[in-house]
Write a protein that binds this ligand. Structure first.
Ligand code: CAA
Length: 380
């Protein structure tokens, strides 16, 4: 078993680390307060080629895989989880399925602009009444000659307000079993009848925007169908296998930030005449954080490695997300406890880690949905 990263993976990880520490960490608090990510960060990510990390080279990307993406996401999220999820969604939930399921024309039309970050992408599945039960979605697409007419409201769309390109899932056959009659469409933002609705006020990852998308008789050509008509649900699920690895990496990044902050504070803060890190109560917290963090990191990398080889990884991706998201919340809780009252103020980034960690157990499938995916694959 070889745990060494390739030279290319090490280079891209180090590049992301430098950018994260120099450009993201100093802005993370501001992103959280202002509710959006600075344009300079979007531009910086573009300069480094990180929007197109997983896009094939022939379409202008870096042609790297899920493992490289996981390494990059660990670094970005350790500094700013709002930026981290934005990059994760763009690569895992948009560029990857387009590269995998798109026609040559679709890929040529969109991937080069997505790869440079000229156009940002978003993934739109969830609705007000279909969250964990994703296949119960109600928004419709009805065929009209060579066009489809899209109607409905989507929710919880990451980057939906900034995205120029949307992969949206619509019901195209109401008469078959619910997961069978769903189709994926590639929709440019700004078509007549399309609008951005409510912007959510969230507990954490506040720099990442989360919005409603409204479709009122939006017309797209038949060539906008991704994959086959009525066969979009498996695309949505396959996409989420990759996305869950990305959120697992996000959780590892947040966990690492919590561990680093805890070690620093435990060495600096003195009580009863010595640094609090000399007390066993603090040492055990730090030891448990480190062990859980590294176990999560290995699971995330294993799932990414499998996906890069085209091997089944639904269970492994769910296990990676389950373990790493609960780990991130554990680490954030312990980190805040180690910081005491100071950690409960915005003087330290700890309270942001605590709020940001919470979402990793919710989006791209709540923790119990990960358990469901794992149990189904074992018990079938
Ligand atoms: N890969 C490919 N196909 C898959 C698959 C996978 N991982 N999982 C399921 N499928 C296929 C099945 O084989 C089946 O195909 P057939 O039609 O050929 O039979 C079809 O999909 C239906 O599968 P299920 O019967 O398992 O579907 P289900 O209705 O029982 O749902 C579920 C399964 C796992 C609960 C699913 O609904 C789910 O993942 N729910 C959570 C949704 C979620 O994660 N939402 C997050 C949205 S994105 C987000 O968070 C916002 C953001 O921007 C960050």
């Amino acid at each position: 078993m070889d745990f060494e990263l390739t030279e290319e993976e090490t280079l891209v990880r180090d590049m992301a680390r430098e950018f994260a520490q120099k450009e993201l960490a100093p802005r993370a608090k501001q992103h959280d307060k202002q509710g959006f990510i600075d344009q300079a960060v979007f531009d910086g990510l573009a300069e480094l080629g990180l929007w197109g990390l997983t896009v094939a080279e022939e379409y202008g990307g870096a042609g790297m895989g899920n493992l490289a993406l996981a390494l990059v996401l660990e670094e970005l999220n350790a500094a700013c989880a709002s930026t981290g999820v934005t990059v994760s969604v763009h690569n895992s939930l948009v560029c990857s399925p387009l590269g995998k399921f798109g026609s040559e024309d679709q890929k040529r039309e969109w991937l080069p602009r997505l790869a440079t970050g000229e156009v940002l992408g978003c993934y739109s599945l969830t609705e007000v009444s279909s969250g964990s039960d994703a296949a119960s979605l109600r928004a419709t697409a009805v065929r009209d000659g060579d066009e489809w007419v899209l109607n409905g409201t989507k929710m919880w769309v990451t980057t939906g307000d900034r995205a120029g390109f949307i992969i949206v899932y619509m019901r195209t056959d109401p008469d078959v079993h619910k997961s069978k009659g769903i189709t994926a469409f590639l929709v440019p933002a700004g078509l007549p009848g399309f609008s951005v609705g409510k912007k959510e006020k969230k507990t954490g990852i506040r720099g990442s925007t989360t919005v409603e998308l409204i479709f009122e008789n939006v017309r797209v050509p038949h060539t906008s169908v991704l994959g086959e008509v009525d066969r979009g649900f498996p695309i949505a699920m396959d996409t989420l296998d990759g996305g869950r690895i990305g959120i697992g990496a996000q959780a590892v990044g947040i966990g690492q930030a919590c561990l680093d902050a805890s070690i620093k504070y435990a060495n600096e803060r003195e009580q009863f005449g010595k640094p609090i890190g000399r007390f066993q109560a603090i040492q055990w917290k730090i030891a448990d954080m480190s062990a859980r963090l590294n176990a999560s990191r290995l699971l995330v990398r294993q799932a990414a490695w499998l996906r890069d080889r085209g091997r089944p990884c639904s269970r492994e991706a769910a296990e990676a997300k389950l373990l790493s998201s609960t780990m991130a919340n554990f680490c954030a809780d312990e980190c805040l406890q180690i910081h005491g009252g100071a950690g409960y103020t915005d003087e330290f980034p700890v309270e942001r880690f605590f709020r940001d960690a919470r979402i990793t157990e919710i989006y791209e499938g709540v923790t119990d949905i990960q358990r469901l995916v794992i149990a189904r694959s074992l018990l079938r």
